[in-house]
Design a protein. Sequence first.
Length: 94
Amino acid sequence: MADILIYAEIGHEDGKAFLKKATAEVATLARRLADADGGRVVALVTGDIEDAAARLGPWGVDHVLSAGGEAYGSYQLEAATAALEAAVASTSAS
């Protein structure tokens, strides 16, 4: 049984961060796959968003990993890639 790792995409509007609709769709599908295999759904959130775990829980996410700080203020490929590599290394995601 392997974890399913998803990338939780954040949007910004009026100075506030929010989880994009696509994140809910991917999390819901990941939940179905994890249930079939007996695994967990783990979400990686990059950037600063309050209560990400509470927002992702209703969509079936079991665990949230976060990477915050100045490098994640606006999407930067290098920072996101490093965060994803660290997330894969810290889970049983395949």
